[in-house]
Design a protein around this ligand. Structure first.
Ligand SMILES: NC(=O)c1ccc[n+]([C@@H]2O[C@H](COP(=O)([O-])OP(=O)(O)OC[C@H]3O[C@@H](n4cnc5c(N)ncnc54)[C@H](OP(=O)(O)O)[C@@H]3O)[C@@H](O)[C@H]2O)c1
Length: 325
């Protein structure tokens, strides 16, 4: 089969479409003939040599895919050859075929086509696990989403609105903020021109955000804690603004607030399976009812993955960039 390989990590040109050995489905795995995959920001780091796949994962990039099951490994039940699926992966989505633990498979939601379905698993699993399973966002609470127009952000806005929360977003410009408004965002903050702490305080009558989904990390840590409400929960999932910062524990203590940080890719199989089961139970019905949808900025042929990486690197997109085999 062919896959996007990274013989020499670096810029987008480091991605090379090359012939590689076919994967074999192991115990508890199925083989998926990939129809589409989608670009995640983490793929850019992997391409640059800064984010190695966890042990046992395929070496090729691609944290999600959609396609058809072409073989079942030993011990798999509940899935059949020919089923149309999408899947959360630890890698290997940028390829003709990938072996997937059965616990990470999802049926393609009714009303979503097979290509669009590739844009769903990573953002649905990340947002559901962090915002709802860990930070317990409740109806009527306020969620601040940094990078509201990102792949993650567009899913977070829709899911939070669907469960009856109020949503504030940050983005770099008016066009992206308008897209967030179309998805349901209530408070729009241009982080280049406005102070998100002040804007959020004004929008919440001084209360602040009950939950913050953060992708910036160190650079925003102190201001994120300032922006939290009493009993607030800060979920850090990205470190685009660095890894090391000082935290005033007095501020946290005074607010009885919590800071948490997680990474989906390195979680054990059973934790990923539990998240996927929760996504199927809670997120899939919202997608099938049309209240939440995949936001696909554009699709490109998989062999043009380098161009897709350039788009994402320049942050030209809103939602997801999808790669079609
Ligand atoms: N921990 C996990 O399990 C996990 C899983 C998936 C994703 N992630 C992380 O989540 C983040 C988003 O991933 P993605 O694939 O959705 O990426 P993406 O679509 O490329 O989006 C990146 C976003 O970051 C925003 N951004 C950059 N600097 C910002 C700032 N100072 N303030 C607010 N927003 C800022 C950009 O917005 P503008 O263009 O408006 O600047 C852009 O929309 C990445 O950091 C990724 O590593 C973590």
């Amino acid at each position: 089969m062919y896959a996007i390989t990274i013989p020499d990590p670096g810029g987008p040109e480091a991605l090379v479409w090359a012939e590689v050995p076919d994967p074999e489905p192991g115990e508890g795995e199925v083989l998926v003939d990939v129809v589409a995959s989608a670009v995640n920001r983490a793929d850019l780091l992997q391409r640059q040599g800064f984010y190695d796949p966890p042990p046992g994962a395929p070496p090729y990039p691609g944290l999600e895919c959609s396609g058809r099951i072409s073989a079942l490994g030993p011990g798999v039940s509940g899935w059949s050859v020919g089923d149309e699926v999408c899947a959360l992966l630890s890698g290997g989505g940028y390829a003709h075929r990938v072996a997937v633990p059965a616990g990470q498979l999802l049926p393609v939601p009714r009303g979503v086509d097979l290509v669009e379905a590739a844009a769903l698993p990573e953002v649905a699993a990340t947002v559901w696990s962090n915002v709802f399973m860990i930070a317990h966002l409740r109806p009527g609470e306020t969620l601040l989403v940094h990078g509201g127009a990102s792949g993650i952000g567009t899913m977070a806005v829709q899911l939070a609105k669907a469960v009856g929360a109020r949503v504030a977003v940050t983005a770099s410009g008016q066009q992206k903020l308008e897209r967030c408004r179309e998805l349901g965002a209530d408070v729009l903050i241009n982080y280049r021109e406005q102070d998100f702490v002040e804007e959020l305080r004004t929008a919440t009558d001084g209360t602040g955000a009950d939950v913050i989904l953060d992708i910036v990390g160190a650079k925003y840590l102190s201001r994120n804690v300032d922006a939290l409400a009493v009993n607030g929960r800060l979920a850090i999932i990205g470190l685009q603004g660095g890894t090391k910062a000082e935290l005033d524990l007095g501020k946290l203590l005074g607010k009885r607030a919590a800071v948490m940080a997680t990474s989906l890719r390195g979680r054990p199989l059973d934790e990923k399976a539990a998240i996927i089961a929760a996504v199927r139970e809670h997120v899939w019905p919202l997608i099938e009812s049309g209240r939440v949808r995949p936001i696909v900025d554009r699709t490109l042929p998989m062999r043009e993955a380098a161009q897709a990486h350039r788009v994402v690197e320049a942050s030209e997109h809103v939602g997801k960039v999808v790669l079609v085999v």
